[in-house]
Design a binder for this molecule. Structure first.
Ligand code: HMG
Length: 420
């Protein structure tokens, strides 16, 4: 049985800022953000765009654009570390927004940025078991990455959601379901205690943890696919996609991948390092524009790169394998591979993430700071900020704050209620 990705869609907040403007406001050399970190723009959510809204809209777009019958979905998994409730999962709001059937399992998975990938592996195993009987799985990654004003992590914020339809009639990529590589270790590189809106992060250490997890997961994958030994296994992938908390991280990851295969550390200014950077330009960098223009969306970041890839792949890539690496702080990671299907060409003729991004509006740094401050207050103190007209926000699905401790959403002007 072939299991893979049948359709994909994403949603981002309506507003964004320029990283150059942010650098000026923080009195930092703009090249630190645009070259050193690798980001061009950053998505800015208003209080009316929470993780449910982003997930719901990505799901709605997917169902509509691909003409998918909601009744065909047997499993909904939402991966997120931006929960809206200690008990009720984001998936239960999304289930209602999408009009899914009651005969559809629905739950939320949390493992920092690894949540959606964990959901995908669960979905694949469910489909492989044969119990889905032709029905499909919808996995949605949704997050708001927030470190706060004037923190080291500030240029690595972002927000967005990616919806992935997984089925036994894939049209985009087919997963390698024979081999797998995963890694887990208890580390305190990045975490967000219950009482805090912002994570605690040890930035440089988190980069080391990411690279260590890549080594663990990739080595296991390689061993399962090939057996151990010295070889250039990575060369079989015509594209390598990585979790991208910021674009520059993927270059560090790719260099690490090549070092693992060549069993050596590439010294500064060495020909090996130069060759690795050239290889990065060929197999990784062409698929990072969407990440550079949205920022970190935590568990969906890897899949933004996948969307970019599905629109920009070269024709010779058809039927060839690509690799996907997911890392979630804490930590958990997965290395997997998939093959590009020829039907992906039809999909890309109908999609353009660049057109979707062109519908966003750039805002000033003071306006971004107002959004950041208001998002910090909502839920806890002040419900009045959850008013779309305050932000000139025009989108079909919005969060309107809570009433009697229940979150209220509106879709096309109709308030979403429970069914009592
Ligand atoms: P920092 O310490 O301010 O930055 O924070 P830096 O001093 O390391 O500089 C960054 C890069 O810019 C360096 O390049 C500098 O050389 C360069 P590198 O040596 O790394 O190649 N640079 C310049 N380049 C050009 N012109 C200049 C200039 N100045 C400096 N003038 C850090 C950086 C990423 C640590 C910070 O933003 C942070 O803490 N971010 C959040 C944590 C994070 O993203 N970690 C990534 C790995 S963990 C992960 O991916 C999981 C995560 O997504 C969460 C989850 O799983 O849920 C975060």
């Amino acid at each position: 049985m072939i299991i893979g990705l049948e359709a994909i869609a994403f949603d981002v907040p309506r507003f964004f800022i320029s990283m150059t403007e942010l650098a000026h406001a923080r009195q930092v050399d703009p090249e630190k953000f645009t070259v050193g970190i690798g980001q061009r723009e950053m998505a800015v959510p208003t209080p009316c765009e929470d993780s449910v809204v982003l997930a719901g809209q990505a799901g709605l777009t997917l169902l509509k654009e691909h003409n998918i019958d909601p009744a065909s979905i047997a499993l909904l998994i939402v991966g997120s570390e931006t929960g809206v409730d200690h008990s009720k999962p984001i998936s239960s709001y999304v289930h209602k927004i999408l009009g899914l059937s009651h005969a559809c399992r629905s739950f939320e998975v949390k493992h920092a940025c690894y949540g959606a990938m964990a959901g995908i592996t669960m979905a694949v195993n469910y489909l492989l078991s044969g119990r889905a009987k032709g029905r499909k799985a919808l996995v949605i990654a949704t997050d708001i990455a927030r470190y706060g004003k004037e923190t080291l992590g500030e240029p690595t914020q972002g927000a967005g959601a990616v919806a992935l339809l997984i089925s036994d009639c894939p049209r985009l990529i087919a997963f390698d379901t024979q081999h797998e590589g995963f890694y887990a270790k208890h580390v305190m590189d990045f975490w967000r205690p219950l009482y805090s809106k912002e994570p605690y992060v040890n930035g440089q250490y988190s980069i080391q943890c990411y690279l260590q997890a890549l080594e663990g997961a990739y080595s296991l994958y390689k061993q399962s696919a090939l057996g151990s030994g010295r070889d250039l296994f990575n060369q079989r992938f015509h594209a390598c996609l990585y979790h991208a908390p910021f674009v520059k991280m993927t270059q560090k990851a790719h260099i690490k991948l090549l070092e693992i295969d060549q069993q050596t550390i590439f010294e500064k200014d060495s020909p090996l390092l130069e060759a690795a950077k050239q290889d990065f330009k060929k197999r990784v960098a062409p698929y990072l524009e969407l990440n550079a223009r949205v920022g970190n969306i935590y568990t969906g970041s890897l899949f933004l790169s996948l969307i970019n890839y599905l629109e920009d792949f070269k024709p010779e890539a058809i039927n060839r394998p690509l690799s996907l690496f997911s890392y979630g702080s804490g930590c958990g990671a997965e290395f997997m591979s998939a093959a590009l299907l020829s039907s992906a060409q039809e999909w890309r003729n109908r999609h353009s993430f660049r057109k979707q991004l062109a519908q966003r509006e750039q805002i000033s740094i003071p306006d971004y700071e107002k959004c950041l401050e208001a998002c910090g207050r909502m839920d806890l103190i002040d419900q009045s900020v959850c008013d779309p007209s305050l932000w000139n926000l025009d989108r079909p699905l919005v969060y309107l704050g809570n009433k009697e401790h229940k979150r209220i959403y509106s879709l096309e002007g109709v308030v979403i209620n429970d069914t009592r």
